[in-house]
Design a protein. Structure first.
Length: 264
């Protein structure tokens, strides 16, 4: 089991921001990635729809013998992770909005959170906010259009900067000094976000490194860190391969990756 791969899935290509941190921390682990771009975005889907899609992806991972699954999607974590943990015997690591570090580090007491509607409506976000930021002013904003930009590979185009400006500017005007990226697609728009906010001196918080650390901790505790060095990275998508391949090679160029389109 220890030499089996890790499975990572997201509503699309956004979870590659988590894959990036995991391969940095655990460079000898093999990983299967599933981008459900054909059903993206998840933010406007019902909980039952997201659970059903997540189950299909995890069932596919089980046939591949994964030893752990990362739900690299805040919306899917909010909707489906309790179901997945109750119905499968392997460990699951989900995304948690990084409200705690933002609340600890804010000097103004005003924190911005960018996420999808599904994340904001989920129990996890509300519980985390109540626990760690009850005395902090939280400015929430749906990153409208952000997921679509990333899925289309438009990361720092004029169009991307215009959409980011429209979403982020009102939060800056309300005085935030911390900005939590509570969707795994959003870190790919960091350069556009920085260009909009460079005069505001805000700290942008990406939770992906903490997720990678949690994966490492679980595998260490369960003695499941690989002792082989035959690394395999495979990428599957229910949508178009083009953007997936573009972002993967932007993170870690290699011609030997397997890319395959699959219908859920």
């Amino acid at each position: 089991m220890k030499n089996n791969p890790i499975g990572i899935f997201d509503s699309g290509v956004g979870g590659l921001s988590v894959w990036k941190e995991i391969i940095k921390l655990l460079p000898t682990e093999s990983i299967l990635y599933f981008a459900d771009s054909g059903n993206c975005p998840y933010g406007n889907k019902t909980e039952d729809e997201i659970i059903n899609l997540s189950k299909k992806i995890v069932d596919f991972f089980i046939t591949k013998g994964v030893k752990l699954v990362v739900v690299a999607c805040n919306t899917a974590t909010a909707a489906a992770i309790d179901f997945l943990r109750s119905n499968y015997d392997i460990p699951f690591v989900g995304m948690e909005p990084a409200v705690k570090p933002a609340a600890v580090n804010t000097k103004k007491g005003i924190v911005g959170v960018l996420a999808t509607e599904g994340t904001f409506n989920g129990r996890l976000f509300n519980n985390t906010t109540e626990k760690w930021a009850s005395d902090i002013q939280i400015e929430i904003q749906v990153g409208k259009g952000f997921v679509e930009l990333v899925e289309n590979g438009e990361l720092d185009s004029d169009k991307a900067k215009s959409i980011v400006e429209k979403v982020v500017r009102p939060m800056l005007d309300r005085g935030i000094d911390q900005l939590v990226l509570a969707c795994t697609h959003y870190p790919f728009l960091c350069e556009s976000i920085k260009s909009v906010s460079e005069e505001s001196n805000i700290e942008i918080i990406n939770p992906a490194p903490a997720v990678a650390k949690q994966v490492q901790n679980i595998l260490e505790e369960q003695n499941r860190l690989t002792d082989e060095f035959n690394i395999l990275y495979e990428f599957y998508t229910s949508g178009k391969i083009k953007t997936l391949k573009f972002l993967v090679n932007k993170i870690l160029p290699n011609e030997k990756y397997l890319f395959q389109k699959m219908k859920l």
